[in-house]
Design a protein around this ligand. Structure first.
Ligand code: ADP
Ligand code: AMP
Length: 214
């Protein structure tokens, strides 16, 4: 299956993506994780993305489209893929459409996870991420068994710099201005499936699987 997971920052895309790819046996492609990894490794891509990410802005379309294009050409995407956090602008969505056409692929569905603002803010404010394997936790809803240590790989668990203060507000404003229009875009394409995100992780996953007929 070729899928997109959409939704505002903090909606639970990454959390659901990990569970979905395990079930569907397809690669999880998160542009946010790719940028964070590049920043950690100090690569050219990381340096390009850093300033934008730290201030809650989107990394320029040409940079983002470039990395997704390379990733989708890799052989593991032949059995399907799950895009998480891409596309985030109409320009990116149009580019993806062109690219999939070139690769002779179609999207099967765009899953849009809906969560109200107060919950988004609570989820972002309490989010913890593993520096090593990108596993996601929450201080209140899903804390690691040992404080500061990843349950999965033993790596260091930290709070993302962009999950604090004014950057959270900025990212929500950027979502409203630049990403929310994609809901209409994919509705017109007949691909949009809205998912109620204000539920427990397991219930959200069940709704997603049911909506996909799995
Ligand atoms: P996104 O990838 O959409 O930005 P994440 O998957 O990283 O969102 O989730 C944001 C935060 O909310 C994380 O701390 C995660 O543990 C928590 N979270 C995700 N889904 C739920 C849920 N259904 N209920 C409560 N907390 C959740
Ligand atoms: P995320 O991990 O999805 O919350 O993304 C974190 C940050 O990475 C965003 O605030 C952007 O700065 C950047 N980013 C991730 N995906 C994209 C994208 N598709 N387009 C532009 N910037 C992105």
């Amino acid at each position: 299956m070729n899928l997109i997971l959409m939704g505002p920052p903090g909606a639970g895309k990454g959390t659901q993506a990990v569970l979905l790819v395990k079930q569907l046996q397809i690669p999880h492609i998160s542009t946010g994780d790719m940028f964070r990894q590049a920043m950690q490794q100090g690569t050219e891509l990381g340096l390009k993305a850093k300033g934008y990410m730290e201030t809650g802005q989107l990394v320029p379309d040409e940079v983002t489209i470039g990395i997704v294009k390379e990733r989708l050409k890799q052989t593991d995407c032949q059995k399907g893929f799950l895009l998480d956090g891409f596309p985030r602008t109409v320009v990116q969505a149009e580019a993806l459409k062109g690219l999939l056409g070139e690769l002779n692929k179609n999207l099967d569905a765009v899953l849009n996870i809906e969560v109200d603002r107060p919950n988004l803010i609570r989820r972002m404010a309490g989010r913890l991420v593993c520096r090593q394997c990108a596993a996601t936790y929450h201080v209140e809803y899903n804390a690691p068994k040992q404080e500061g240590v990843c349950d999965v790989c033993g790596g260091e668990v930290y709070q993302r710099a962009d999950d604090t203060g004014a950057t959270v507000e900025k990212r929500l404003a950027v979502y409203d201005a630049q990403t929310a229009p994609l809901i209409g875009f994919y509705q017109k394409e007949g691909l949009l499936i809205n998912i109620l995100g204000n539920q427990k992780v397991e219930a959200v996953l069940q709704d997603i699987l049911q909506s996909l007929g799995i």
